[in-house]
Design a protein. Sequence first.
Length: 223
Amino acid sequence: MWRRLGFLSPAISSSKRQNRIPESLKLVMLFATDAVKDDITASRRPFITFVLGGPGSGKGTQCARIASAFGFAHLSAGDLLREEMSCDSKKGKLIRDIIMEGKIVPSEITVHLIKEAIMSSSADRFLIDGFPRSEENRIAFETIIGVEPNLVLFFDCPEEEMVKRVLGRNQGRIDDNIETIKKRLKVFEMLNLPVINYYSAKGKLYKINATGTVDEIFEKTLT
Ligand SMILES: Nc1ncnc2c1ncn2[C@@H]1O[C@H](COP(=O)(O)OP(=O)(O)O)[C@@H](O)[C@H]1O
Ligand SMILES: O=c1ccn([C@@H]2O[C@H](COP(=O)(O)OP(=O)(O)O)[C@@H](O)[C@H]2O)c(=O)[nH]1
Ligand SMILES: [Mg+2]
C-alpha cells in the first residue's frame, strides 16, 4: 500500500499506524490516490478506506466530516442494509431480523450492496463505514471486489461511552435499545476485533482515540 501511495509514503511511515506517534493522515486524505490507476491494465481502482469501531464510537459522524473535508464518497454499510431492509421482501425481512439481534448479515448481501454503490458512483475515493464486521466479511470483500483497502481507521471508544451515545442517538433505529446494544458489543468484540487486529498486523490500521468532542476527534484523526 505504501508503495502505491508513492511520494506520500515517507510522510506516513509506520508511526501513526498502530497508534504510535501521530503523523499526518491529513496528507494521505488530501492526496488519496491509488497509483495502480497509472497502470493502464487497471481500468478503475478507487482509494478505499474502511472505517471501523464499535456501535456508537462515532464512525458515521467522523465519516461525514472526513467526506466533506476531503471529497470522499461515504458509504455506510448499515445505511445500505437499512435501505434494503425497508423493502417488503424475504431478503428485507431477513436483514431486519439479523439487525434486531445485533448479528451480522450474510457477507454476500452486504458485499453486493457495497459493490453496487461503488459501481454507481463516479468517486475515486470511498469511506466504507461499518464494514467489514467479521473476518468472513473481509475475505468476501477481498474475493468479490478483488481489492484490499488502502487504509483502515479504527475509532477506539470505551464501551460505557458507546452505550451512552447509542442510547442518545434518537434516529428511531430498531437496534438502538439496551438489549440489542449489549449483543452488538459482544459481536464487535468477538468478530470485529479480529479484523482490526488483522489490519494492524498488516500495518494498515490507524487507531484513533474516539473520546472527546466531535471536533477534537476529527482533529485527532488528521494530526
Ligand atoms: N464525540 C462525540 N461526542 C458525543 N456524541 C457523539 C460524538 N460523536 C458522535 N456522537 C453522537 O453519538 C451517536 C453515535 O454516533 P455515530 O456517528 O452514529 O456512531 P457509529 O456510526 O459509530 O454508531 C450519534 O447520536 C452522534 O451524534
Ligand atoms: O457490514 C455490516 C454493517 C452492518 N450490519 C448490521 O447492521 C447493524 C447496524 O450497523 P451500523 O454500522 O449502522 O451501526 P453502527 O455501528 O453505526 O451503530 C449492525 O449491528 C449489524 O447488525 C451488518 O450486518 N454488516
Ligand atoms: Mg454508524
